[in-house]
Design a protein around this ligand. Sequence first.
Ligand SMILES: [Fe+2]
Length: 334
Amino acid sequence: MTDAAAPPSAADRPESADRPEPAEPQGPAEPRGSALLPGSALLPGSALPPGSALPPGSALPPGSALLPTTAPDAAADTQAQLSAEIEAAHRAYADGLAHGAPREHGPRRDWPPYRSSILRHPTKDLHHADPETIELFAPVFGERDIGALESDLTVQHGGEPIGERIVVRGRVVDGEGRPVRRQLVEVWQANAAGRYVHKRDQHPAPVDPNFTGVGRMLTDDDGWYQFQTIKPGPYPWKNHFNAWRPAHIHFSLFGTEFTQRIVTQMYFPGDPLFALDPIYQSIQDPRARELLVATYDHDVSQHEWATGYRWDIVLSGSHRTWTEPADDRGVVDE
Ligand SMILES: [Fe+2]
């Protein structure tokens, strides 16, 4: 049993503590209302007029008042280094496939590009546990515990959250395509600015007072789930210098007993950060990776209200959606 024993809550969700403990303090936040170039900050005493901005293509002279908010840490790896490692591993995987090696459907546990997992990924086989004993202290829920409004992450506060309103809809099915009925689906995510409501997320993006980023629902008799939310933004993390996670929504499926709980992430189509992300790329097989990406679905979009995405979850078989290993939950997740 791991941290995953605690179901997601706004106050203490281990999976939402997405970033490793800060190794370096964040740079100063850009003053509100300033029109500086991204990544720049005013030095104390400098006096750019309000609303001023440098023209495109202008060159800053050395020692000018505009400096990057962050500088490369000599100990931090670059994106180029990370990307080279990922590319080499994928090339080796493809070569292996060509020579008869088995296809992989999940991520590598021993995956050096995900730096903070090097010393904490599982190295031993799973232990078998008596499920009946676990059920004596594991969380339980009843269908009446789930309120209808919990599947709408945009109505949890007094006002409208900022961002692109979206509807996410899909089916939970088994390997034979049969619906998984009355399944508890829990979701949690960053806000439109890429900020989590979590004490460990202190990067300089705004918290939205009208958005917590947690919801849950049950699948219906045909295995369908649906929720409304705000499209999350990408966010920085400290795996390497200038590391950014693609926008994603975390999913948990409870199963019929707590020991069956699985956790995974849904991504958005066309994200330019896919190729750069060590977590997404920890799945070697491109077809398996693509199963984590939702598709835009115009039939799910709602007129003058929200854009729609479709994402199905297959629990078993060769088309199964990858889920995080049981002993990683709540520990490895970013
Ligand atoms: Fe996350």
